[in-house]
Ligand binder design. Structure first.
Ligand code: SAM
Length: 286
C-alpha cells in the first residue's frame, strides 16, 4: 500500500471507522517526498534506534524502518492500532507503543529498547505539544539527534538570533543543549487535513558539552528566565523583578562588570553574555 496516497489513505481510514482529531494534532502526510526526505535527513543506519512520536498511518514509520536498526513508535490514539497493524505488517524492526509520549520515562525506554544502538528521535510532531515534547527529548539527554517537523514559527524561535522578535528563553535553552539546524519547509498542501500553519523540518544535534563554560547551569537558566520575564524592560529592571535574591544594585554591578550597556535589554544578549552575567552575579553573591 502507498501510505502517502490520499485515496488509499482515505479508503483505509474509512474502512477502520477512523475520524481525525484536531486536539491530537492529526495532520497526516500525503506527499511521498516528505517522509522520505525527513528519514534521509535523520542520518539513519542499521546501528540506529529511532524513537518516533505519532505514526499516524505509518508513512514516516515505514521510511524509518527501511533505514534504521529499530523503530519504536509511540501513538496516543488507540483507534489507529488496527490501521497500523495493517500498514506496518511485515516490518519486523518496528515496535508500537500506545500512550501519551509525555508520560513515558524516555531514558528508561531507550535503555530497554535500544541496547547497542545509537538513539535518535525522528517524527512529524503533533503541533499542540511541540514545546513540551521537544523539552522532554532534550531533557532526556540520551538522543544523539532529534529530527522533527514542527510549526515554522517554533522552528524560527529555536534558530533565532539575539535581538530578533523570535529570540527567547526557549532559543537559549535549545542552543545550550543542542546545535539546531533548519532543514526544509513543508507547505500545508502536503497534509490531510491541511494545517492552518506552515511547517519546517529541523535537526537538533546534541552537544557533548555546553557551548560556553558557566559556574552554575541552574543559575544560568534562572538568569535567562528572569531576563525574558518582561521583554520590554531593560535587563536590569527585568532581573530586579524576575530574579529572586538579587537586588538592583548587585544586578547593576554585574551588568557593568560584563562591559554591557546599562540600558541593554535581555533579548539582545547572546549565550556567552548570559554566561558571563551569571558568573558575575555568582561572584557578587554574599
Ligand atoms: N506521522 C504521521 C504523518 O506524518 O503523517 C502523523 C503525524 S500527526 C502530525 C501527529 C500524530 O501524533 C498523530 O498520529 C497523533 O494521533 C499523534 N499524537 C498526538 N498526541 C500524541 C501524544 N501525546 N503522544 C503520542 N502520540 C501523539
Amino acid at each position: 500500500m502507498d501510505l502517502c496516497n490520499i485515496h488509499q489513505i482515505k479508503e483505509l481510514l474509512a474502512r477502520h471507522g477512523f475520524r481525525f482529531s484536531k486536539s491530537m494534532g492529526q495532520n497526516f502526510l500525503v506527499a511521498p517526498w516528505v517522509p522520505r526526505r525527513i528519514a534521509e535527513e535523520a542520518g539513519l543506519d542499521s546501528g540506529t534506534g529511532v524513537l518516533e512520536v505519532g505514526p499516524g498511518v505509518g508513512c514516516l514509520t515505514e521510511q524509518l524502518a527501511l533505514r534504521a536498526g529499530k523503530v519504536l513508535s509511540i501513538e496516543l490514539d488507540k483507534t489507529l492500532k488496527p490501521v497500523l497493524e495493517e500498514t506496518l505488517h511485515g516490518l519486523d524492526n518496528v515496535r508500537l507503543l500506545f500512550g501519551d509520549v509525555l508520560k513515558f520515562n524516555l531514558p528508561e525506554l531507550v535503555r530497554g529498547h535500544f541496547s547497542g544502538l545509537r538513539p535518535v528521535v525522528c517524527a512529524n510532531l503533533p503541533y499542540n505539544i511541540t514545546s513540551p515534547v521537544l523539552t522532554a527529548f532534550i531533557e532526556a539527554g540520551c538522543f544523539d539527534t532529534i529530527t522533527v517537523m514542527i510549526q515554522r514559527e517554533v522552528a524560527r524561535r529555536i534558530c533565532a538570533m539575539p535581538g530578533s522578535d523570535d529570540y527567547g528563553s526557549f532559543t537559549v535553552y535549545a542552543n545550550w543543549h543542542t546545535e539546531p539546524k533548519i532543514l526544509f519547509d513543508v507547505s500545508p498542501g502536503c497534509f490531510i487535513p491541511q494545517p492552518k500553519v506552515s511547517s519546517t523540518v529541523i535537526r537538533l544535534k546534541k552537544r557533548n558539552s555546553p557551548p560556553v563554560p558557566v559556574g552554575s547551569e541552574k543559575m544560568f537558566f534562572k538568569v535567562v528566565r528572569g531576563a525574558f520575564s518582561q521583554r520590554r524592560k531593560t535587563l536590569k529592571n527585568a532581573l530586579a523583578s524576575g530574579l529572586e535574591g538579587f537586588d538592583k544594585e548587585r544586578i547593576e554591578k554585574a551588568i557593568s562588570a560584563c562591559g554591557l550597556d546599562p540600558r541593554v535589554r535581555g533579548e539582545n544578549l547572546g549565550i556567552g553574555e548570559f554566561a558571563a552575567l551569571t558568573d558575575a552575579l555568582i561572584s557578587l553573591s554574599p
